[in-house]
Design a protein around this ligand. Structure first.
Ligand SMILES: Cc1ncc(COP(=O)(O)O)c(C=O)c1O
Length: 410
């Protein structure tokens, strides 16, 4: 089976490291890895300040909580996003306001942003969807004009460049994620960054005040890589692997990427926590692979681009001066649901980010403040999106198998 999700970044050495750490309880909670991870970010981006947390959601919450926002303040963010973005806004006690997307890039539309800014707007979250940098010049110009504090959401975009510069250092602050399906992965984890020293002081105090996640939660994450590695080869063998993972989630031996209560705008217990040493170790180990992973993503993307050029699908465009990393290569079709369903019958699991303006399916839109119909382009993209995998385990042959499947739809 060809997978798009299910911890696609895990290589044998990552799985071995997870198992070794599982059997080294002294390394689970505290240690030097979190600081090393923060230093790695400072040098790489480069940026003055970096702070590691339990996940990207915790990073965003830490940044927002350090801004002295008031109850009536509004935070602008794009529709066609994960509930992981509006939830921290709600947890910080402020109001999310959704901005529509640009059809060609899945990122925020500067034209709709102009319409959505009000006197109450205080913060702008710019999401670099699928690793395609947003239209920074236009968005930053509007932010400056309306005195908005800019946070870059780089959860999909570690290594992507806009006009030669890495995303993450354009805004007043930014954050990255090491979620299971992200550019690099330690199952959970994230880093918040800023060049603003006053803000850094506040985030640092906030970080210091937080506890670590429980040992039980840390162990769940260390189990994740070995268990998915066992399940994947047997995924379709009498559905054995699939059943194994289903059972592991039911028995809470593994954590879901998004918990049910988050779909109602509520906060799960792993939020507002420091990154534990064990996950920082896994993230640091993956950090060395960033260039190789992203070069591979671009290589596979070139094959999709070339081979699907004359198909019925709408392909992503690469604007001048922009270097995306294609976390997922997202094509569009009015037959998206059928294509994804039939691909699965052909042993290909394609991605469905995002099927709803605030994903995943089942999010209570009222609770997260999304008004249906308010972002028509995002809603259209949700009906049309098909994510093709680009991760390190996708060979040229796999890409060709996917292309052959997609070419059947005329
Ligand atoms: C666009 C986007 N932003 C932010 C996040 C939050 O990252 P994390 O899962 O590490 O909390 C996610 C992932 O869930 C995401 O897809």
């Amino acid at each position: 089976m060809i997978f798009t999700s299910l911890s696609p970044n895990a290589e044998t050495d990552d799985i071995v490291l997870a198992i070794k750490t599982f059997f080294s309880p002294r390394k689970w909670v505290t240690g030097s890895a979190a600081v090393s991870l923060e230093n790695a970010f400072k040098n790489w981006l480069p940026i003055k300040h970096a702070f590691a947390f339990s996940c990207g959601r915790s990073c965003l919450l830490a940044i927002l909580s350090s801004l002295n926002l008031n109850k009536e303040d509004e935070v602008l963010l794009q529709a066609y996003t994960c509930v992981a973005v509006p939830d921290p806004v709600i947890w910080a006690g402020v109001t999310p306001v959704y901005v529509d997307c640009e059809e060609q890039t899945f990122t925020m539309s500067p034209a709709d942003l102009t319409r959505k800014i009000t006197a109450r707007s205080k913060v702008l979250i710019i999401q670099h969807t699928f690793g395609h940098p947003a239209e920074m010049d236009a968005l930053l110009k509007l932010a400056k004009k309306h005195k908005l504090f800019v946070i870059e959401d780089c959860a999909h975009a570690m290594g992507a460049r806009y006009k030669g510069k890495l995303v993450g250092s354009f805004g007043d602050a930014g954050f990255f994620s090491f979620g299971r399906d992200k550019v690099l992965s330690s199952i959970f984890g994230g880093v918040a960054v800023t060049n603003n020293s006053l803000l850094a002081l506040k985030i640092s105090r906030y970080q210091q005040s937080l506890p670590y996640p429980s040992r039980y939660w840390i162990l769940k994450q260390l189990r994740h890589l070995p268990m998915t590695a066992v399940a994947k080869p047997m995924y379709e063998m009498f559905s054995f692997g699939k059943a194994l993972l289903w059972l592991a989630y039911r028995l809470t031996l593994l954590s879901k990427a998004v918990e049910e209560l988050e779909k109602q705008g509520r906060k799960p217990s792993f939020i507002d926590k420091k990154i534990p040493n064990a996950l920082a170790l896994l993230a640091l180990h993956q950090f060395q692979k960033l260039e190789r992973f992203n070069a591979h993503r671009r290589k596979i993307t070139k094959i999709y681009n070339r081979e699907l050029e004359n198909s019925e699908l709408v392909l992503p465009i690469e604007k001048k001066n922009i270097k995306p990393i294609y976390l997922r290569y997202t094509v569009r079709s009015n037959m998206a649901t059928r294509i994804i369903r039939e691909a699965r019958q052909n042993h290909i699991e394609l991605g469905d980010w995002y099927q709803t303006p605030v994903a995943p399916a089942g999010v209570n839109v009222r609770k997260v403040g999304y008004k249906p119909g308010s972002c028509p382009v995002a809603e259209k993209l949700c009906r049309q999106s098909i994510n093709l995998p680009t991760h390190i385990h996708i060979s040229e042959n796999d890409a060709q198998t996917i292309i052959n499947h997609l070419r059947r739809y005329r």
